[in-house]
Design a protein around this ligand. Structure first.
Ligand SMILES: Nc1nc2c(ncn2[C@@H]2O[C@H](COP(=O)(O)OP(=O)(O)OP(=O)(O)O)[C@@H](O)[C@H]2O)c(=O)[nH]1
Ligand SMILES: [Mg+2]
Length: 454
């Protein structure tokens, strides 16, 4: 059933000043009025009003003094009649109210309020997904990206592309319909230019999707290097907290550590790992195997090479060789000379290796900047529509394939039927992002990741 009355607490469980329960579905206002004094005030309330009164149990005893927010269809989050009950934030009280009302309605499933908002046309699918992203965002840039999507900026941008595709398709269809009539020739160059423009805009959007993905999911940065290189010290410095054990004994860190920070508003997940060496110790060996797994999965590796007072002129090829990293790992690695405070004053810096010291803090800001630069994470990234979700990227890429085929068919003179067909496929793929038509199992998959009450 998609229009029965559902209820859920929408504030976290626990003691607080206020707790809020949300009810939605046709008849929910009348349902609550049966347990509310003064009932008439609620029944006659227009939309977007607060109604003060008392909730009563089935024997007419007062349960709590509450404030009801009334939303009448279609002016509500779900598009249906809805109510929010603000009661006192005692979890036992919340349970009693919930139990009472559950006699005449049912508990909402995760994301069910937002699913209804989508089904009632209040949000498109990408906006509905943004609601969940916003709730789960781990840093301000992730919040901005989600909010931008929730406000419909991505949808508007995609709608614009969809309109341009439709325009080209209609021209092709016109050419098909009037092929045997004496109409002015279709301007092929203009058509190809239009298509090329659409392709480059769609490709530009797709090219930022990797940054979008890591902003949404958290950017995995793995600190690696030989034992004693200073990984745990750097980990603590980035966290600004003494989280990891630091000792002069090589092999201190065995199990890896994982912590989240916000770097310039970008959500980073940093891993401190066991130092890389050949070890006979079973526990340490397992830790080292984990270090390699984490390096593989990371979006970026910071490889530390320890400086000593004897470090003379830097030999980058030798450091690279000594690291033993594969070419694949090297391509996502920042090499960093740690303990730079031990170097003689005038040691020249290198373009291939950043210097840092957790004793003097020299180079730490530079390293942070370099992390963002290497991942192409600029402040402007979240000021424009951004694809952050792999479902969206897959659909956009499918659309791009069809758009490129459409252009090819036009250039090869295969006939406007082919071009029009590819353009229809390109539109259908983009519409999947907005959820113009969405199969139930996709909706189930998306909304089951939401929390109850949203
Ligand atoms: N002079 C100097 N010493 C440092 C610096 N960073 C770390 N150290 C010292 O180097 C030693 C090893 O530091 P850790 O941070 O534990 O090194 P690690 O890479 O985590 O070592 P493992 O966990 O054993 O792999 C400690 O005695 C630290 O105090 C630095 O910037 N300058
Ligand atoms: Mg360590």
């Amino acid at each position: 059933m998609t229009n029965d009355i559902i209820i859920a607490p929408i504030t976290p469980a626990g003691y607080a000043a206020i707790a809020v329960l949300r009810l939605s579905g046709k008849g929910c206002i009348e349902l609550l009025a049966r347990h509310f004094q003064p009932a008439g005030k609620l029944l006659n309330s227009p939309t977007h009003r607060l109604v003060h009164g008392y909730l009563q149990d089935s024997r007419g005893n007062d349960l709590d003094e509450v404030l009801l927010s009334v939303f009448r269809s279609p002016h509500s989050y779900t598009g249906e009649d809805s109510l929010e009950i603000s009661c006192h934030g005692n979890p036992n009280l919340v349970n009693r109210i919930l139990k009472l009302l559950l006699q005449s309605c049912r508990l909402a499933k995760p994301g069910e309020f937002t699913l209804r908002a989508y089904l009632n046309g209040k949000l498109d699918l990408s906006q509905a997904e943004a609601v969940n992203d916003l709730i789960k965002a781990q840093a301000s840039k992730a919040e901005s990206a989600a909010l931008m999507q929730l406000k419909g900026k991505l949808s508007e941008y995609l709608q614009g592309i969809l309109e341009r595709i439709t325009e080209v398709r209609l021209r092709c269809e016109l050419a098909i319909d009037f092929a045997d009539q004496d109409l002015p020739q279709i301007d092929l160059v203009d058509l190809a230019n239009r298509l090329q423009g659409i392709i480059s805009d769609a490709a530009e959007l797709a090219s930022k999707a990797e940054q979008g993905r890591i902003i949404r999911e958290g950017i995995k940065v793995c600190l690696a290097g030989a034992p004693n290189a200073g990984k745990s010290s750097l980990f603590n410095a980035l966290l600004q907290q003494n989280r990891a054990i630091v000792t002069p004994h090589p092999g201190t860190t065995r199990d890896y550590l994982e912590e989240s920070i916000s770097l310039n508003g970008f959500p980073l997940v940093i891993y401190d790992t066991a130092g890389l060496r050949t070890s006979q110790d079973e526990i340490e060996s397992q830790g080292i195997a984990k270090s390699y797994e984490l390096m593989q999965e990371a979006d970026l590796i910071v490889y530390l090479k320890e400086a000593t007072p004897q470090t003379g002129e830097l030999n980058f090829p030798a450091i690279l060789r000594e690291s033993g990293l594969s070419a694949e790992l090297v391509s996502k690695t920042i090499f960093c000379l740690s303990k730079a405070d031990l170097l003689p004053e005038n040691t020249p810096e290198s373009t291939q290796i950043t210097f840092c010291s957790t004793i003097t803090n020299k180079g730490l800001d530079g390293l942070s900047d370099q992390i963002l630069v290497r991942l192409n994470l600029s402040d402007e990234l979240v000021n424009k529509p951004l694809i952050t979700n792999s479902r969206h990227l897959a659909a956009l890429e499918n659309s791009l394939v069809s758009l490129r085929m459409a252009l090819q068919s036009l250039q090869d003179g295969l006939g406007f039927e082919f071009t029009a067909f590819e353009l229809s496929s390109a539109s259908a793929a983009l519409e999947e992002i907005l959820g113009v038509i969405s199969p139930d199992d996709l909706l189930e998959q998306i909304f089951s990741n939401f929390c109850i009450g949203k």
